[in-house]
Design a protein around this ligand. Structure first.
Ligand code: FCB
Length: 451
């Protein structure tokens, strides 16, 4: 832990970074404006049965036009950073070739306005909106997509490098690979486990090549990756359940953090799935280039026990019922899980710095007669998880910041607009933004008065 004179009264270091996260497809809308090309999500939303209620991101929060209101809200919150993502199809409509100046200008304006408001822009290069043209050529299971991603990243470092100082290459590549290509719950909706593992390798390769481009561009600042680790707890102290919990964590932790830290891929895991990675000479070195931070998105923790290894349970574990209250997603509310996953990552991999880059909860959020949302369950969720961050700091976890998910209710992927995570309510008809009680709670947290 750092020296106590730098600590605030609530146990957080004075320089701890408080922020808020969003993602392009979930908030921007204007999917055809200024030459933007189609992404895999535009296409996926149009396929019947893919997204609840057949909804899509055509309008979303209309942030492509209403972004000054978003920045005013961030200022009212008092956060030090805003993590947004760049829609690759706004920069390269076909995923390759000459960039569109209009797309670059839009993000440059956003970054400038954030800086003017005293808010640090954190740009995520890929939060799932792959240019459709690249999917038509095979998508992430193809090596070429990694090369195209590195080119696009390089364009952005050179275009925004003076303004944006913190970069995230990928958001939750597990979701891109496994929800996108194995279970088909996310775009592009394919169901082929082998393709998902190939996608995982090419996502990591794209990440590594982007890191190389960042260092070569001479841009100042830091670069990292955001993963959504899952480290379920064993349901009992039996050795076999402890081993099952270990196996259950690999696809979402070691599969990413091992190669990034130069340890190669977890062979036993690949073996259980009967796959091998399409690794060419030099790939593992590219993936292992040093990064400045790892971002952790955390929502919930499960409990597992051992099960016989078979076709349906190749890793030999099953999830078991738990006692925790559930959010509208059906996800357990377990703040200690955040403490556990932060501690575990800090002790298992040589990470330089950790950030919680997303954390939050969906609730039903019925507004009262005046339109106010008194979301005390969300406040309780935040309070518990932010306290878990403080505990992690007290245990010497190199945690440097926390970002709430999310600024405002938005397009929650396959759930459409039915799942609300916002600190701000967005009227689906008018787009009007109205802070919920949790907004004022988080403002107090940022100001050092929330715990
Ligand atoms: C994460 C995503 C984010 C949002 C939250 C609820 O997996 O990164 O876009 O959908 O879940």
């Amino acid at each position: 832990m750092r020296h106590t004179s730098e600590m605030r009264g609530d146990g957080f270091p004075a320089d701890f970074l408080w922020g808020c996260s969003t993602a392009s497809y979930q908030i921007e809308g204007s999917t055809k404006a200024d030459g933007r090309g189609p992404s895999i999500w535009d296409e996926f939303c149009r396929e019947p049965g893919r997204v609840l209620g057949g909804q899509n991101g055509d309008l979303a929060c209309d942030s492509y036009r209403r972004w000054p209101e978003d920045i005013a809200l961030l200022r009212a919150l008092g956060v030090g950073a805003y993590r947004f993502s760049i829609a690759w199809p706004r920069i390269q409509p076909e995923g390759a070739g000459k960039p569109l100046q209009a797309g670059i200008d839009w993000y440059a304006r956003l970054a400038d306005a954030l800086l003017a408001a005293g808010i640090e822009p954190w740009a995520t290069l890929y939060h799932w909106d792959l240019p459709l043209a690249l999917e038509r050529k095979g998508g992430w299971p193809e090596r070429d997509t990694a090369l195209r991603f590195a080119e696009y990243a390089d364009i952005m470092f050179r275009a925004l490098g003076g303004r944006v100082k913190r970069w995230v290459t990928l958001n939750e590549p597990w979701c891109s690979a496994f929800l996108g290509y194995a279970t088909g719950e996310h775009a592009p909706g394919r169901r082929d486990e082998g393709a998902a593992y190939r996608a995982a390798h090419h996502l990591l390769l794209g990440h590594g090549l982007a890191v190389a481009a960042f260092r070569a561009s001479g841009a100042q600042g830091e670069i990292g990756i955001v993963i959504n680790p899952e480290t379920p707890r064993p349901a009992t102290l039996r050795d076999e359940d402890i081993a099952a919990a270990e196996r259950a964590s690999v696809q979402r932790t070691g599969l990413w953090l091992d190669p990034i830290h130069g340890r190669g891929y977890p062979d036993e895991h690949l073996c259980l799935h009967g796959v091998s990675m399409p690794v060419l000479a030099g790939d593992l070195a590219a993936i292992a280039l040093p990064i400045d931070f790892v971002g952790i998105n955390y929502y919930n923790e499960d409990a597992v026990e051992a099960a016989p290894i078979g076709p349906a349970t190749r890793e030999g574990h099953v999830r078991v019922p738990t006692w925790q209250p559930k959010t509208e997603m059906g996800w357990d509310v377990e703040p200690r899980g955040l403490f556990r996953v932060l501690s575990r990552i800090a002790t298992s991999w040589p990470v330089r710095a950790l950030y919680v880059t997303e954390n939050g909860a969906a609730y039903r959020d019925e507004p009262d007669a005046s339109g106010a949302v008194r979301d005390f369950d969300r406040i309780a969720y935040y309070r518990g998880h932010i306290a878990a961050c403080r505990d992690a700091l007290a245990h010497s976890v190199p945690l440097r910041g926390y970002f709430a998910w999310t600024l405002m209710d938005n397009f929650e992927w396959a759930w459409g607009y039915s799942r609300k995570f916002g600190l701000v309510r967005v009227d689906e008809r008018t787009g009007e933004r109205k802070p919920k009680a949790s907004f004022y709670y988080y403002r107090d947290v940022v100001a050092g008065q929330g715990l």
